[in-house]
Design a protein around this ligand. Structure first.
Ligand code: GSH
Length: 193
């Protein structure tokens, strides 16, 4: 039986991007369905992720998997054992998960606050964001794999890592257009100023 793989997604979502990269790294063909968020969620999204009602949702042969880290792990365990996404050593794997969790808990919230606030709150969020990136850069060290240009001075190794990642087709095809993301953030910012 042919597999059915659907990804409920949103082009600008960093969480959706994780799932897209993982599927493309494994060479899985999937049907990408763009959701109209936050106010016009599809009945399929509400049915498949009734708890959080958020994208990304991976639907594999009718069965949903929710939450981006859990989706990445599911993809890793389901397809292409010859090209694992996570380290095979349990401690290394735990370490990779720790830093992915750190990005969610520390960097995403600071980045979100930075572009949705002004004045002192924005400056504090920017500082926290850069501190978070520096911590991730410390973890990257001199390894090949595991910002924008303006972070290059602050976090040169992390920026070089991001550029290496962009040379991978799975990443280049999965990341949203940076100008579109900038325009969307600018629209959001207009409302907070
Ligand atoms: N912890 C979730 C994950 O890692 O998948 C976060 C997912 C998330 O925040 N998705 C956003 C969403 O669906 C889009 S970037 N928002 C809709 C809403 O909040 O109603």
């Amino acid at each position: 039986m042919a597999e059915e793989v659907i990804l409920l997604d949103l082009w600008s979502s960093p969480f959706g991007t994780r799932a897209r990269i993982a599927l493309r790294e494994k060479g899985v063909h999937f049907d990408l369905r763009e959701e109209d968020l936050p106010s016009n969620k599809s009945p399929l999204l509400l049915q498949m992720n009734p708890v959080h009602k958020k994208i990304p949702v991976l639907i594999h042969n009718g069965k949903p998997v929710c939450e981006s880290h859990i989706i990445v792990q599911y993809i890793d365990e389901t397809w292409g054992p010859e090209s694992p996404l996570l380290p095979s050593d349990p401690h290394e794997r735990a370490r990779a998960r720790f830093w992915a969790d750190y990005v969610d808990k520390k960097i995403f919230p600071a980045g979100r606050t930075a572009y949705r606030s002004t004045g002192e709150a924005q400056e504090a969020a920017k500082k926290e964001y850069i501190e978070g990136l520096k911590a991730v850069e410390g973890e990257l060290g001199d390894k090949a794999y595991f910002g924008g240009e303006s972070f290059e001075e602050e976090c040169p190794k992390l920026v070089r890592w991001a550029k290496r990642c962009m040379q991978r087709e799975s990443v280049a095809r999965s990341l949203p257009d940076q100008h579109k993301v900038y325009d969307r953030m600018s629209e959001i910012r207009k409302k907070v100023q």
